[in-house]
Design a protein around this ligand. Structure first.
Ligand code: HEM
Length: 430
């Protein structure tokens, strides 16, 4: 536990945090979350502080996010994985005679943006097909992210900016290139689902509508989905690939598991989510990737209106208690002395209670087991389960400059680029 500012402490104890985040604890979301409003005058799932309001909202959103009400969740993700593979085949396959390095960080982001837009709107944005930052979305979000976070940390600034009387002071998100376009698309997609002759579909938005989300709420949540679900999953894919590329033993074992699965008929084309869940080494690689480079590092502060004791320290009422993702994911007591090493093997041949503790700890990345568990966890897991197999069964990846593998900037989620990679074709049974 460390004090990091007036009225702020940060906690690196996973067990204490799980207790605080638990369903019946006295801790609540701190006002910091208010900064995550996209519409400054209307809350979304992320920015709702009140537990009861939040619970009701989650009940309307969960069936859609979980895929229960959605006919084609897996198929839509498969289509985008195929589109990602096709982009590499079309433009970025290097051969003995052609050298075509690719910034994989960007292309992975195109992929996750197309996945999430196709789930949210029923039609992908088209980043992969166009192979460019559509409507400057990435540029705009990257340049506004740090401002958003600074504002979230300063409650008085936040309340000024979110006061309806001072509306004229704030830049209108709608007018920002990129985010404005996404908001327009969200509005158009939502508009046809309401009104006199509503279009009824069994997709995520259709599920939100069926469970009673108002039109205004649906517009907000659809935009939240794009923002919450693209950078996070993109970082999980990039960083895991980076660790795999720089760990030859792991790379070889993962490819061998994939090749054996294809040979024995345990992996279809494309791989199904259920098949991927039965590949133990892949699952260990995914957990280890999430652990070594947590994709969401926001402080996620909780607050209590009574004095509390955390890690044996008295915490006065109203203190923000943040979580230290990095120290929890690299904790040596939980993960062993080599916790700083990317080693999927740590997940095998361990006692059941150690396995459970490690699992619980890594899943804190999705705030699992809490009132605030990530609603997109299922979608993220399907993306991870499919992407690595579909890429590694076809291609070999070599970092162009292992001494400078990428540009990575932590802004609660990561802004990453210049992950230059040479991709070559491999035959499945190498
Ligand atoms: C590896 C990928 C992801 C990670 C690590 C991640 C992490 C998180 C975390 C830590 C939270 C809880 C924040 C809090 O309230 O304290 C959260 C919430 C949320 N996530 Fe994710 N997320 C990921 C992918 C996604 C995807 C793909 C989607 C959309 C399909 C998504 C949608 C959401 C939503 C809507 C919430 C708000 C839940 C609520 O307040 O009830 N996330 N995520």
């Amino acid at each position: 536990m460390a004090r990091i500012g007036p009225n702020w402490v940060i906690c690196g104890d996973g067990a204490e945090l799980r207790r605080m985040w638990g369903v019946r604890s006295a801790w609540q979301r701190a006002p910091w979350y208010r900064g995550l409003r996209i519409n400054p005058y209307k809350d979304n799932a992320f920015s709702t502080l009140d537990d009861q309001v939040h619970e009701k909202l989650r009940a309307k959103l969960a069936p859609g996010y979980g895929g229960k009400d959605v006919d084609n969740l897996h198929q839509l993700i498969d289509e985008q994985v195929a589109s990602f593979v096709s982009l590499i085949e079309r433009k970025y396959l290097s051969t003995k005679t052609e050298f075509k390095p690719v910034d994989l960080a960007r292309k992975v982001q195109y992929f996750t943006l197309d996945v999430i837009s196709s789930l949210a709107f029923g039609k992908e944005f088209g980043f992969l097909a166009a192979d460019k930052d559509m409507f400057g979305y990435i540029k705009t979000t990257e340049s506004t992210l740090t401002t958003l976070l600074v504002v979230a940390l300063v409650p008085w600034l936040l309340s000024i900016l979110q006061s309806p009387r001072l509306k004229w002071l704030i830049p209108d998100a709608r007018k920002m290139v990129g985010i404005g376009t996404v908001m327009d698309l969200a509005e158009a997609a939502v508009a046809e689902r309401y009104g006199d002759k509503p279009v009824v579909k069994r997709d995520m938005l259709g599920s939100f509508v069926a469970h009673g989300l108002s039109k205004e709420e649906a517009e907000g949540e659809t935009v939240v989905q794009i923002i919450a679900g693209s950078d996070t999953s993109a970082t999980a894919i990039r960083s895991t690939l980076l660790f795999v590329m720089t760990s030859p033993l792991v790379y070889g074992r993962l490819q061998a598991e994939i090749d054996a699965g294809i040979r024995d008929g345990r992996i279809s084309a494309p791989i199904t989510d259920a098949e991927a869940r039965n590949l133990p080494y892949l699952q260990a690689v995914i957990r280890e990737g999430l652990r070594m480079w947590p994709p969401a590092t926001a402080v996620l502060p909780k607050i209590s209106d009574k004095d509390q004791v955390v890690c044996g320290v008295r915490i006065p009422a109203g203190t923000n208690v943040a979580w230290s993702t990095w120290s929890i994911m690299r904790n040596k007591e939980t993960f062993g002395d080599d916790a700083d090493l990317f080693r999927p093997e740590r997940w095998f041949d361990i006692p059941a209670d150690r396995q459970r503790l490690m699992e619980q700890t890594v899943m804190m990345e999705f705030a699992s087991g809490s009132r605030w568990e990530c609603l997109g966890k299922t979608v993220a897991q399907i993306e991870l389960n499919k992407t690595f197999v579909e890429l590694l069964r076809r291609f070999d990846f070599t970092l162009l400059d292992p001494a400078n593998p990428w540009n990575s900037f932590n802004a609660a989620v990561f802004i990453q680029s210049d992950m230059n990679v040479v991709v070559t074709r491999r035959s499945p049974q190498q």
